[in-house]
Ligand binder design. Structure first.
Ligand SMILES: [Zn+2]
Length: 249
């Protein structure tokens, strides 16, 4: 039996914070975190600094600590640097996530939530996440039209506990809507809504205002909770076996 009552009629919001070192993007993002439109605590899924691109670690850490003081902290990996979200090299994607997770923890930051860049997820990444105790937000309830049919990803209808090949369990809190999808679908929402957007979308004033307005509208239709609360409510979510294709329709 599926435990549906734990999260029906709730909404959470997460943000892929891909450019926290861009001053304009960060300023807009910090403003949103503090403003909490609709009462939403937006979860910042922060992309760690990319050493090879010369990104400033000290400034990044200052900003990550501010984000962590305002919301449950998350981790977003771009495997190929700032502008390349999905893996594009021979490096094991799981090793990249492990190195970032260790780097964060050595600096006193312990994000509990994760989202893979470009919605990438494979077994080594999933196992790495489980080993650090992450709750994953990489799954989506919808299919990305720009990804190839066999692109590694995970599609789930609802929060689920995924039993990995090692036997470890990984809790997935799938995203249900981009901002555009929320705008088009606000009249026919599913029971649980998990909206995601990107920090750089906030630099455009009109887009930023639209996001704030949509979140205020959403708050009238679904009760705002944060991802910590959704993870708690999903503790008894359906358990499913890891699908080798990582695609589940
Ligand atoms: Zn990204």
């Amino acid at each position: 039996m599926r435990a549906m009552t734990g999260w029906e009629r709730y909404a959470v919001v997460s943000c892929h914070a891909e450019r926290p070192l861009d001053d304009r993007v960060w300023a807009a993002f910090e403003r949103l975190l503090r403003a909490r439109p609709g009462g939403f605590t937006v979860t910042p899924l922060l992309r760690p600094p990319h050493g090879a691109s010369g990104e400033n670690e000290e400034r990044w850490l200052e900003r990550a600590r501010i984000a962590a003081s305002l919301a449950p902290l998350g981790h977003h990996t771009h495997w190929g640097g700032p502008t390349q979200a999905r893996p594009d090299s021979a490096a094991d994607p799981g090793d990249v996530v492990r190195a970032e997770a260790e780097w964060l923890r050595e600096r006193g930051l312990e994000p509990r939530f994760f989202c893979g860049g470009g919605w990438y997820l494979d077994a080594p990444v999933a196992e790495t996440l489980a080993s650090f105790g992450y709750v994953d937000c990489t799954a989506t309830t919808f299919r990305q039209s720009y990804l190839a049919d066999d692109a590694p990803r995970l599609q789930l209808d609802a929060p689920a506990r995924v039993r990995l090949p090692s036997g470890a369990l990984l809790l997935e809190l799938p995203a249900t809507h981009s901002v555009g999808m929320l705008g088009r679908g606000i009249a026919r929402l599913p029971g649980l809504v998990h909206v995601h957007f990107h920090d750089w979308e906030l630099v455009d004033r009109r887009r930023s205002a639209a996001i704030a307005l949509l979140l205020r509208m959403l708050a009238r239709l679904r009760r705002p909770i944060d991802v910590e609360q959704l993870a708690e409510r999903s503790a008894a979510a359906e358990e499913i076996a890891w699908d080798r294709a990582t695609i589940r329709r």
